[in-house]
Design a protein around this ligand. Structure first.
Ligand code: AMZ
Length: 431
């Protein structure tokens, strides 16, 4: 999980507001560049900037400060506040802003959001700022009648790849994140969520990491010293250590088929999957369990079904499960047509296409769709389409464009995609 320090700008200075109230401002520095440099030197992988004058005024007003910060640090910066049209978005991205955050514009102008997502992909982030569960806008001075979770679903339908969720009543209060609201959001959408508002302890960071939140924005707690950034960054790694436990043990690649040796680290593969600790996941074509066991480590309150048609493979999984005292794995022999999992019971499926005959792929995905709960996901790791000394023949490989088409025909939407080294990629689909 990423820990993202916040730099809120008002009249060129670095400030924090209490619950977004412009009348309750604390000025932390008149030199935002120095602040950004400080977060960079302490290890921040990203900085979250807000133009508070812009948010309330309807157009960006601290551009000079933003430019100075961009010149001052190498760390990617995401920026929100007063970004309301395509020209501004394009200009900011050209300027070197990594991602733009759209709040008011996302609420009022869905067409613009869809257009921008088509052009700029995951550089467009939507900020959902909620007060009592409803989306607020215009620097949080206006409250809409749109529930936050519904807004999130609408945004996914428009092609939005990532959400920053801010709980206004917690923001700047050093209380705690709104875990309940985040869980509701996670139940409705599978795209990555960055949480914001109320974070004040390492326990909060750990809890968010374990809940599968992609990132957390921290403001006041860093400025007031309630949290130190290096410690927060360390706590955020807790989720990775869980998969690592298996990475370094003798149960993974050592006896995996040769073709898997070239795979990148598990955390790279799994980082794009919207896995939560309570998820029930099927690892289809699990082979010797090379992915199943790290997956099982990521769902301590859930379960992994290891499914394969080859009994000799499954026997090796059973031995590993027993030797490592893993309790949340169920090993099952299946056929192509019967996966032995009840309809609507899975949160996620992990698989590769090449184990399935070309003509059956859409039917297979459609059947999988039936096994998923609403909001469920499918992560597909594929070989890239090129000649390689190992792996399936070229004719059986499919490229990302083909994978997207297959998904669409099966009624699934693409929610993520990532290259995995030179030989593999992963595509994530949502129901
Ligand atoms: O603190 C506030 N009053 C506030 C704030 N931090 N108001 C808006 N914002 C942030 C949102 C989002 O990142 O969290 O500004 C951005 C949205 O701006 P806009 O102009 O797109 O609604």
């Amino acid at each position: 999980m990423q820990v993202i320090p916040a730099i809120d700008i008002r009249q060129g200075r670095c400030v924090r507001l209490y619950q977004g109230d412009y009348a309750r401002e604390t000025v932390y520095s008149s030199d935002p560049v120095a602040v950004a440099r400080r977060w960079e030197s302490l290890g921040a992988g990203r900085i979250h900037m807000v133009d508070l004058d812009g948010a309330v005024g309807g157009k960006l007003q601290n551009l000079e400060t933003v430019e100075a910060v961009l010149r001052g640090v190498k760390t990617p910066v995401q920026l929100g506040g007063g970004i309301r049209n395509g020209e501004t978005v394009e200009g900011l991205l050209k300027l070197g802003i990594g991602r733009v955050v759209l709040g008011t514009a996302a609420l009022e102008n869905p067409g613009l959001v869809a257009e921008l997502c088509t052009t700029f992909g995951d550089r467009i982030v939507v900020g959902i700022d909620a007060r009592d569960g409803m989306v607020a806008s215009h620097g949080w001075t206006q409250r809409s009648t749109v529930p936050a979770a519904e807004m999130a679903q609408r945004m996914v339908a428009l092609g939005v790849r990532r959400i920053v969720y801010t709980d206004i009543s917690r923001d700047g209060t050093l209380t705690s994140p709104n875990f309940q609201a985040l869980a509701e959001l996670q139940a409705r959408v599978t795209i990555p969520i960055i949480a914001s508002g109320g974070v004040s302890s390492l326990a909060h960071i750990e809890e968010l990491a374990l809940r599968g939140v992609e990132g957390v924005i921290v403001g006041k707690a860093l400025y007031d010293g309630a949290l130190s950034l290096p410690e927060a960054l360390a706590s955020a790694e807790k989720d990775k250590r869980m998969t690592h436990k298996y990475e370094v043990s003798k149960i993974d690649r050592l006896d995996s088929p040769g073709r898997l040796k070239r795979l990148p680290p598990f955390e790279d593969i799994f980082s794009v999957l919207p896995i939560r600790p309570s998820h029930s996941i099927a690892d289809i074509g699990c082979g010797t369990g090379v992915f199943s066991l790290p997956l099982a480590a990521m769902v301590p309150q859930g379960k992994v079904y290891c499914l394969d048609i080859a009994e000799e493979m499954l026997e090796r999984v059973r031995i590993k499960v027993r030797d490592n005292n893993i309790s949340n794995v169920e090993v099952k022999r299946t056929t192509e047509s019967d996966l032995g999992v009840p309809p609507g019971s899975l949160d996620g499926v992990f698989m590769s296409f090449v184990f399935h005959e070309q003509e059956d792929r859409v039917a297979f995905l459609t059947a999988l769709r039936g096994l998923l709960k609403d909001g469920g996901w499918v992560g597909i790791v594929e070989w890239v389409k090129k000649e390689m000394p190992v792996g399936p023949p070229l004719s059986e490989r499919i490229d990302p464009a083909e994978a997207r088409q297959l998904a669409a025909r099966a009624g699934l939407t693409v929610s993520g995609e990532k290259a995995l080294g030179e030989d593999y990629y992963i595509i994530v689909l949502g129901k």
